[in-house]
Design a protein around this ligand. Structure first.
Ligand code: ADP
Length: 183
């Protein structure tokens, strides 16, 4: 199975849930920039204080800040592979990732795009009820996704790395679908 992966997709598509299951089952490191940022916020670090307001508006934290976090975490990557979840989220982040992976001599093997309709995304996010999950913020996050992140779909399709998975159905079904696409 391919074990050096990126997860791409709109907020609410289930990236975090599926990433955790896939990493657990296959001994891969799970690097979620959203989780890392939320733990900085919870710990009240300077970095967390800088990120909190931005996240609560549904905007993206600066590329420089996210890159610093990712770079520091890449040293802990497991031999069994890794899954980057929620990163890269902009073309500049994807460009910055390339030399880092080149240095590690660990190229990306596949980019998994989780796809779901807006109506279903909004329903799921409202049900989740995180601090940044009220309707106005959700709509902003979907817009930010479309504008800043969705260009990565053709970016990785052009590199022949993109694998699309429909993200509806049960959690188990979706995991099975992803696993099959990666074997
Ligand atoms: P979701 O899965 O709902 O998109 P995440 O947990 O991945 O949420 O991210 C939550 C928030 O953290 C984002 O809305 C954004 O503000 C910030 N964030 C996470 N990853 C990045 C990134 N790579 N670049 C910029 N901001 C990020």
């Amino acid at each position: 199975m391919k074990t050096r992966l990126l997860f791409l997709g709109p907020p609410g598509a289930g990236k975090g849930t599926q990433a955790a299951r896939l990493c657990e089952a296959n001994g891969m490191s799970h690097l979620s920039t959203g989780d890392l940022l939320r733990s900085e916020v919870a710990a009240g670090t300077a970095l967390g204080q800088e990120a909190e307001a931005v996240m609560n508006r549904g905007e993206l934290v600066s590329d420089a800040l996210v890159l610093a976090i990712v770079e520091s975490q890449m040293k802990n990557f497991s031999e069994g592979g890794w899954l980057l979840d929620g990163f890269p989220r902009t073309v500049p982040q994807a460009d910055a990732l390339e030399p880092l992976l080149k240095e590690l001599e660990q190229p990306i093997e596949a980019v998994v795009l989780l796809e779901l309709d807006d109506a279903e995304l909004i329903e799921r996010l409202l049900a989740r009820g995180r601090d940044d999950d009220n309707e106005a913020v959700i709509r902003n996050r979907l817009e930010v996704y479309r504008e800043k992140t969705s260009p990565l779909i053709s970016f990785y399709r052009d590199k022949d790395l993109l694998v699309s998975v429909h993200a509806n159905g049960s959690v188990e079904e979706i995991t099975k679908r992803i696993t099959e696409m990666l074997s």
